[in-house]
Design a protein. Structure first.
Ligand SMILES: Cc1cc2nc3c(=O)[nH]c(=O)nc-3n(C[C@H](O)[C@H](O)[C@H](O)COP(=O)(O)O)c2cc1C
Length: 360
């Protein structure tokens, strides 16, 4: 297959297989409302086959970053509607990544609210807050009923994303945030139906995917996972447990017919990812993680070898609003500037030049 050929993921019709990976950029202000520069940023990148938005909180408790957008208030929905309209006007497709930050936050980030997690175990480390770096607090262990409230919040957020005109949602089950905390035996020490065995630890993700699919249609729902990522203390160090947990998860998701599974793993072509892909039985978006930015060669190879149906590309899309055109034509790329990844304002956000601008 060719990286630049169209592909259909559920109800999502992509013009090419270069997908903009979800990228937190913290530019939506204290009210979490995407404004003008966010509209411009995404519209500039509409040439990718699919934009996956930055992680967006479904409840105020789930806010993990200062300046992160939400999909809770009417103002937030209206902000996302402007983004969706701008992307659609340029022929793009876009899904909203629904992300509950779990214990990877602090009351100085989420408006003084409680910090929620499967178990009352703090991350060993510090997070960036309004008042500088602060140690992560011991989180509130959600009760069984409160876990069900979280499932309902994912449904509500997904409905609101559709109401805002987005093409679908991606459920964030990766990178050590709430859903991943449930999967990890290190972060989840629960003794109810949501903890203990691999089946129980996978349960909340199955319930969220099932309920969101019932609400907006499975063909508009994707899931991101990052097995063995071992980030933010959501450790998965026992290979047998890892296979059992993700195996049962994907076996149970298979009949739903989700639009896609997105996997962040250092070896997308390796045995683990390919086994999970087979058990899922649907389309795979691959990404090899943070160690080095995705290259054109890597993306081309993954698609040509049929190791994935599409490739999620992060940092190169930050720096190149017209990345598909550059990759297609073999043109040079702008270099991403990590100092502006999480900064404020337009610098390093909407001011990376296109090829046309570089030439003029
Ligand atoms: C600045 C930045 C923000 C990110 N934010 C998110 C996020 O909100 N949700 C998510 O699932 N992954 C997030 N990631 C991970 C990316 O989606 C991607 O997996 C990672 O950048 C590796 O891909 P790359 O080598 O193409 O950059 C982020 C990465 C970076 C660099």
């Amino acid at each position: 297959m060719d990286l630049f050929s169209p592909v259909t993921l559920g109800e999502l019709e992509l013009a090419n297989r270069v997908v903009m990976a979800p990228l937190t950029r913290m530019r939506s202000g204290s009210a979490g409302v995407p404004g003008d520069i966010v509209v411009d940023h995404y519209a500039q990148r509409a040439g990718v086959g699919l934009i996956i938005t930055e992680g967006t909180y479904p409840t105020p408790e789930g806010q993990a970053f200062v300046g992160q957008p939400g999909i809770v208030t009417d103002e937030q929905v209206a902000g996302w509607r402007r983004v969706a309209e701008a992307v659609h006007a340029r022929g793009g497709r876009m899904v909203l990544q629904v992300m509950h930050g779990g214990r990877v936050t602090h009351p100085d980030v989420n408006g003084g609210r409680r910090v929620e997690a499967p178990s009352a175990i703090a991350i060993d480390g510090a997070g960036h807050t309004e008042r500088g770096k602060q140690p992560y607090p011991v989180p509130h262990a959600l009760s069984t009923d409160e876990v069900r409230d979280v499932v309902a919040a994912f449904v509500r957020a997904s409905e609101r994303a559709i109401e805002a005109g987005l093409d679908g949602v991606e459920l964030h089950g990766a990178n050590g945030y709430l859903l991943h905390e449930f999967l990890s035996p290190a972060a989840n020490r629960r003794e109810d139906v949501y903890g203990g065995s691999p089946e129980n630890r996978a349960r909340v993700v199955v319930e969220v995917a099932t309920a969101v699919s019932a609400a907006i249609g499975a063909g508009r729902v994707g899931l991101r996972i990052s097995p063995e990522h071992n980030i933010q203390d959501a450790l998965e160090t026992d290979p047998a447990d890892l296979r059992a947990t993700y195996g049962t998860l994907l076996d149970q998701l298979r009949p739903l017919g989700l639009a896609y599974l997105s996997v962040l793993h250092r070896e997308p072509a390796g045995e683990l990812v390919q086994e999970l892909r087979a058990r899922f039985g649907g389309k795979l978006i691959a990404n090899s993680g943070f160690s080095s930015p995705t290259t054109r060669e890597e993306a081309v190879r993954l698609i040509e070898a049929a190791h994935a149906d599409a490739v999620a590309v992060g940092r190169p899309v930050i720096a190149n609003p017209d990345l598909v055109e550059r990759w297609q034509g073999g043109h040079p790329e702008n270099v991403p500037d990590p100092a502006t990844f999480y900064a404020a304002g337009a610098a390093g956000y909407t001011d990376y030049p296109t090829l046309a601008l570089s030439r003029s």
